[in-house]
Design a protein. Structure first.
Length: 128
């Protein structure tokens, strides 16, 4: 397989930096979610509970999204180790270097990424 020349050390460094800052964000969210067990011993009145639930659900949604990003970065890092970084997971074709520059965690070429996104959108909208 013809491998394109990629500066793997540079991509690994960028992915590790992205991973660390994403992990920091997740850790920050966990503090926001879990401090009610420690510092807030007194129960708030109902109006504030609703806001708390909303904030908590929002934080959980953000955390889930960040964790997905983290998984994606881990996958890209694994592929650097395995020597398959920069190769599309679906079709096996090289992912253009400029795509990897813009999105170091990408493991799909643009075409297959688009197909996957379209597949995800096939889930019917509830109001249709
Ligand atoms: Zn592809």
């Amino acid at each position: 397989m013809a491998q394109q020349e990629l500066d793997l050390a540079q991509f690994r460094r960028r992915l590790e930096e992205m991973r660390a800052s994403t992990q920091d964000e997740i850790d920050g969210l966990q503090i926001a979610n879990e401090n009610q067990d420690t510092s807030y011993g007194v129960k708030n009145h109902p109006a504030e509970d609703a806001t708390e639930v909303f904030d908590r659900e929002r934080s959980l949604a953000i955390r889930a999204a960040l964790e997905r990003e983290l998984e994606q970065m881990d996958r890209a890092l694994e592929r650097i180790e395995a020597g398959t970084y920069g190769v599309c997971e679906v079709g096996g074709e090289p992912i253009p270097a400029e795509r990897l520059e813009a999105r170091p965690a990408a493991t799909l070429c643009i075409q297959h990424q688009r197909e996957r996104d379209e597949f995800a959108r096939d889930v019917p909208d509830p109001w249709v």
